[in-house]
Design a protein around this ligand. Sequence first.
Ligand SMILES: *Cc1c(COP(=O)(O)O)cnc(C)c1O
Length: 369
Amino acid sequence: MTTVERRIPVMLPFLGEEEAQAAAEAVRSGWVAQGPRVAEFEKRFAAAAGAAHGIAVSSCTTALHLALITLGVGPGDEVVVPSLSFIATANAARYVGATPVFADVEPVSYGIDAESVRALVTPRTKAIVVVHLYGHPVDFDPIADIAAEHGLFVVEDATEALGSRYRGRLCGTLGDVGCFSFNGNKVMTTGGGGMVLARDPERLAHMRRLTFQGRVPGREYIHDEVGFNYAMSNLPAAVGVAQMEELDGLLARRRAVAERYAAALAGVPGLEFCREAEWAQTNWWLQSVLVDAERYGEDRNELMDRLAGEGIEARPFFHPLHRLPPYAEFARGELPMSDRLHATGVSIPSSASLEPSQQDRVIAALARR
Ligand SMILES: *Cc1c(COP(=O)(O)O)cnc(C)c1O
């Protein structure tokens, strides 16, 4: 085997013969753009989430954009987002001309910190976007309380949290709108795509029109507003239907991987494996360690370098968004927990398909055995 073959990636998609067949059938059917699999995928996804309806879209980025538009967020409005997230979360606020306001995160879930949010709410605040980072649900009730108190909308960027639960409730169904991604490295993939869930059926209907260029249903090409081409097509939806069948198994595999890491890494000085809060059931999407350089003897970069040398891929945490060029002008004060997690966090191989022998290599490297 070559080094390339032996390299253990952080995340691999979990696709099998069923998905290949579903894609082939969609191709053979001639339905590659619009087609029957889209509605089927929406129905299955919504049913699994316990939601009435879902809309399949081209990505989570477009889902977030649609969420903010249909919530009426626009220029002059402020949207509170966590600084420790993927940049798409903040970009959606910019797409609608709103001002992203960066909140800090808390150390248990790595999710948005309610106290930080509370301090940032102004009369211009219109919405809070929560991100269930790396699959772990945010502590949602305190956020819901702030939203209720100030009349704010809550959007869930549930991209990474498919199947995760907050106090028994599924992530993506807690707020006004929930957004998911089926990109290649997420819990479930369609090669690229997303889904949006919303409480209000009218909002959902509006999103549906916006995904088809704002077209009013009917024979004529009547468009009553400027919309987008954001709909999912039949080919990825067919793969999505097949992936739905695998979902429970995928989640169980991830949990098994996490349990093995937790047990094996518990005694390693200076290394803290991610946890599950008592109010949470995480999907263990991206599993990570926090590195205390002094006690561990290596900082997170040194650890990542050493892992790379052993053919093990690792990734740093997201860069705090308020420190990135497009967002530096929006920074308001220090966000110490986002900085600390970024400085010490390393994501490790977390694929559902990770073999015990591969995981043993990762564990041995992390434990320096
Ligand atoms: C992957 C990701 C997105 C973007 O999803 P796409 O479907 O690729 O647009 C948004 N937010 C978070 C937190 C993500 O991890």
